[in-house]
Design a protein around this ligand. Structure first.
Ligand code: KIV
Length: 253
């Protein structure tokens, strides 16, 4: 699709949402380790386990007919050794029914990507703001504003392509830099907080639906305020049960 059609992608963590996203024609569904924050209540993606990722990836895969399903490799499931990376990525494909996996990291991650690809596991890379390194970055910060950092990101992108990644996420970097990286590659880029020049865009579904409100990054476009709407509905239900107006005559046998 690179250079022909823009690629749309959203995260999903459960079967029902994945089915709705798939039916809307979205091309790629990422079961992101962002689920640690958006559905499991952690304050970062660091505590997410491989078993949790497999559980949610399998649920998403069951709801999807057409979209490509990508399972995110969680923190410390691929860093320790190539063998660990292959075994764990394989589980996301075998037990989670994912079509591919995503791993974070630049140039230094190329050997792992190469090992996975050589073993038949398609890999999407992820550079820029990589949330699993939030403790090293000292917070969620835009990457690549300084010349040295930008040069490193250019090298990272080329290294990932050369290692065999089929696509990569560019997260939180200046739009000109992501545009330049996108042009320099023959594989597609998916931007999140990386401007309009990427080959496609990806958003966290809970952010764009207005369900996750702990914080909303500048780059998120809220397409709905489902969080507010759900709260109103729950309050109405609570009231109806309290005053006896639910269940009504239509709601019992
Ligand atoms: O975990 C996730 O949802 C992600 C996206 C933000 C790209 O990695």
């Amino acid at each position: 699709m690179k250079g022909k059609r823009r690629i749309s992608s959203l995260t999903a963590y459960d079967c029902t949402t994945a089915k709705l996203i798939d039916e809307a024609g979205i091309h790629i569904i990422l079961v992101g380790d962002s689920l640690g924050m958006t559905v499991l209540g952690y304050d970062s993606t660091i505590p997410v386990t491989l078993d949790q990722m497999i559980h949610h990836t399998a649920a998403v895969s069951r709801g999807v007919q057409s979209a490509m399903v990508i399972g995110d490799m969680p923190f410390l499931s691929y860093q320790a050794s190539l063998e660990q990376a292959i075994t764990n990525a394989g589980r996301l494909l075998k037990d989670g029914a994912a079509d591919a996996v995503k791993i974070e990291g630049g140039e230094f991650r190329a050997p792992a990507i190469e090992a996975l690809v050589q073993n038949g596991i398609p890999v999407m890379g992820h550079i820029g703001l990589t949330p699993q390194s939030v403790k090293a970055f000292g917070g969620y910060k835009v990457q690549g504003r300084e010349t040295e950092q930008a040069d490193q990101l250019r090298r990272d992108a080329l290294a990932l392509e050369e290692a065999g990644a089929f696509a990569m996420v560019l997260e939180c970097m200046p739009a000109d830099l992501s545009g330049e990286i996108t042009e320099s590659l023959s594989i597609p880029t998916l931007g999140i907080g990386a401007g309009p020049k990427c080959d496609g865009q990806i958003l966290v579904v809970s952010d764009m639906l207005g369900m996750f409100t702990d914080f909303t990054p500048k780059f998120v476009k809220k397409y709905a305020n489902l969080g507010e709407q759900m709260q109103k509905v729950f309050k109405r239900y609570n009231q109806d049960v309290s005053d006896g107006s639910f269940p009504g005559p239509d709601n019992w046998y």
